[in-house]
Design a binder for this molecule. Structure first.
Ligand SMILES: [Zn+2]
Ligand SMILES: [Zn+2]
Length: 257
C-alpha cells in the first residue's frame, strides 16, 4: 500500500490510496482541471481511479468530486447525509454517476482495498472518516473533526500510517484575524482539531507499528508546520521533521507501507 496527498487545507483536500492497481481518491476539493494537474504530479490519470470517497459536503472536500466522477465514470462512495447535502455539486445529467451509499459503521471492499468508515463530530450532515487496509497494513486518516471520541481512538489504534488533522494552534487562533463567530466554529466541538488535541489523541493510540505520521489540514492563518510537527513529535519522541506535512499547494508525495 502507498498513499499521497494531492493537497490539504481549507482551500481543497484530496488524498490518494493505492494497493496494486486499486486506487481510491479520498475527497476531491479541487476543480476537475486542478485535479488533473495534481494527479499528473503523482503520474496518474483519472482513468486509473477505482473510486472516489467523499467524507462530507464542505467545499474543500466535495467541490470537484461529482464532475470528475461523471466525466470519467468513477463510482463514488459516501454517506446518505453527505449525498443529500452534495446536491448542489451534482452535474445536470447524473445518468453517468454511480453512487454507492455507505453506512458509517460498516466496512466495504473496493477491489484490493478494505475500507472502514467511522463517524466524526464535525458540522456537516453525516461526516465520515476512514481507515484503509490491504490485509497487511492499516492507514488511518482523520481530518475535519472538532473533538475526538472513544470510538475514534479505537479505530485509529495500531495503524502503520496516520494522517491527522492539525488545523490550528490555540493561541494563534485566539489572537488571529478570524471574526469571533468563526473562531468559535473552528475551535468548537464540531469544528477542527488543534495541534494539542491531535497530540493528545495520538498519545492515546497504540503507535507500535507506526511508520509514517502526517499532519494535515493546517490552517494557513492560524498554524505553522513547525508548531504541528513539534506537538506530534513530542508524543512520539521523534525529531520534529519526521512528522510530515500534507501541504495545501504541494500535498505530500507517495509514502509506502
Ligand atoms: Zn476541510
Ligand atoms: Zn469540513
Amino acid at each position: 500500500m502507498r498513499f499521497a496527498s494531492l493537497g490539504s487545507g481549507s482551500a481543497g483536500n484530496a488524498t490518494m490510496i493505492e494497493v496494486e492497481r486499486t486506487r481510491l481518491l479520498l475527497d476531491c476539493g479541487f476543480s476537475v482541471r486542478e485535479m488533473l494537474a495534481r494527479l499528473a504530479r503523482l503520474e496518474l490519470t483519472p482513468e486509473q481511479l477505482s473510486g472516489i470517497l467523499v467524507t462530507h459536503e464542505h467545499d474543500d472536500h466535495a467541490r470537484g468530486a461529482f464532475k470528475l466522477a461523471a466525466k470519467y465514470r468513477i463510482p463514488v462512495w459516501l454517506s446518505y447525509g453527505t449525498y443529500k447535502m452534495c446536491e448542489r455539486y451534482l452535474p445536470s445529467d447524473i445518468s453517468d454517476l454511480q453512487i454507492q451509499l455507505i453506512d458509517s459503521h460498516t466496512d466495504f471492499t473496493v477491489d484490493a482495498i478494505c475500507v472502514s468508515p467511522f463517524p466524526v463530530p464535525h458540522d456537516a450532515r453525516e461526516p465520515t472518516q476512514f481507515t484503509f487496509s490491504d490485509g497487511r497494513a492499516k492507514l488511518g486518516i482523520l481530518t475535519d473533526v472538532g473533538s475526538t471520541t472513544a470510538h475514534i481512538e479505537r479505530v485509529l489504534s495500531g495503524c502503520d500510517a496516520l494522517m491527522l488533522e492539525c488545523n490550528h494552534d490555540l493561541a494563534m487562533l485566539a489572537k488571529g484575524p478570524y471574526a469571533k463567530p468563526l473562531k468559535d466554529r473552528v475551535g468548537g466541538r464540531l469544528g477542527h482539531l488543534d495541534n494539542q488535541s491531535a497530540a493528545t489523541l495520538l498519545s492515546q493510540l497504540d503507535n507500535t507499528k507506526l511508520k509514517h505520521i502526517v499532519a494535515a489540514h493546517l490552517s494557513e492563518k492560524n498554524n505553522t508546520p513547525i508548531l504541528a510537527q513539534t506537538a506530534l513529535s513530542a508524543v512520539l519522541g521523534c525529531a520534529p521533521d519526521w512528522v510530515a506535512i500534507a501541504e495545501q499547494t504541494l500535498g505530500l508525495h507517495w509514502r509506502s507501507l
